[in-house]
Design a protein around this ligand. Structure first.
Ligand code: DAK
Length: 258
């Protein structure tokens, strides 16, 4: 099936790969792209020939976040009432192992998609961050919960409150990513890990993944529900409108704190 915003292939036996493909917008995640991504990943998840999945972007950007140009025109009610709001960021619900192969920017929703995967392989050029604070909003796809669990409270606060970015090596040191590899090798490293998982029993893999997530999750659902509420609150603010306009108009935001 032809997709408009992603590329799909099987780079090795048993491995399905979805590549975000909006390079002119640094793979910003618009609704259509997210729908296609979930459709493609779900198809791989249901394909008996496939044992592991890879989500990736291109060398310059995994994804620079949700599409600010699309979000700018949306109201709080648009976001609240969107029928597939939660289904669009649902990589964590897949049954098979999912590896994010990250090069360049993994920001905002892009970082959150990577964090929703089971493992992350980063190129040396990868940059992780949650810059939503610059737009007058908060992370909305799990960042406040998953990043905090991955790197701990102090660093999570710095990343999300001050837009501190993490390099690939820092992300490795803080336990956010599994491996860092040179730009020319990171995809092969991701494929290698995917192949190792793909060779195993899909039943045992699925049950193991479920059990690990149980240990890790705790009250993640409650955390996500709370985050969503606060995301919607921020989305109704004047500062959200100002932050997004300022980005698009390439100027500094003038916050009114309302
Ligand atoms: N959205 C739309 N367009 C983007 C974009 C984005 N997030 N990021 C980059 N672009 C576009 C730029 O506007 C530019 O387009 P033109 O001006 O050429 O038309 C093109 O991509 C190249 O970008 P730059 O010219 O800015 O490239 P630079 O190399 O100079 O800078 C950068 C790269 C990544 C530092 C910069 O582009 C940047 O700061 N981008 C924005 C990063 C950002 O703020 N990301 C967070 C977005 S908010 C939700 C769940 C999740 C979310 C929302 C809702 N629900 C479940 C409700 C997530 C929210 C976010 O991710």
């Amino acid at each position: 099936m032809p997709y408009q915003h992603i590329l799909v292939d099987k780079p090795a036996a048993g491995v399905g790969r979805a590549r975000l493909n909006r390079p002119a917008a640094l793979n910003a995640l618009n609704s259509a792209l997210l729908d296609e991504l979930m459709q493609a990943l779900t198809a791989f998840d249901n394909d008996a020939e496939i044992g592991a999945l890879i989500v990736t972007g291109d060398d310059k950007a995994f994804a620079a976040g949700a599409d600010i140009k699309e979000m700018q025109g949306k109201s709080q009610m648009d976001m609240l009432m969107a029928p597939s709001l939660l289904d669009r960021f649902a990589v964590h619900r897949l049954n098979k192992p999912v590896i994010a192969a990250v090069s360049g920017y993994a920001l905002g929703g892009g970082c959150e998609v990577a964090l929703s995967c089971d493992m992350i392989v980063a190129s040396e050029t990868a940059v992780f961050g949650q810059p939503e604070i610059n737009l007058g909003i908060i992370p909305g796809a799990g960042g406040t919960q998953r990043l905090t669990r991955a790197v701990g409270k102090a660093l999570a606060m710095e990343i999300m409150l001050t837009d501190r970015k993490l390099s690939a090596q820092e992300a490795l040191a803080y336990g956010l990513v599994n491996r860092v590899a040179p730009l020319e090798d990171y995809m092969q490293v991701a494929i290698g890990i995917a192949q190792k998982a793909a060779r195993r029993s899909q039943v045992a893999i699925r049950l193991t993944k479920e059990a690990i997530n149980k240990a890790y999750d705790g009250s993640l659902e409650a955390g996500l529900a709370f985050e969503r509420r606060n995301f919607l609150l921020a989305f109704g603010s004047e500062d959200k409108a100002e932050g997004m306009s300022a980005f698009i108009e390439k100027r500094r935001a003038r916050w009114t704190h309302r």
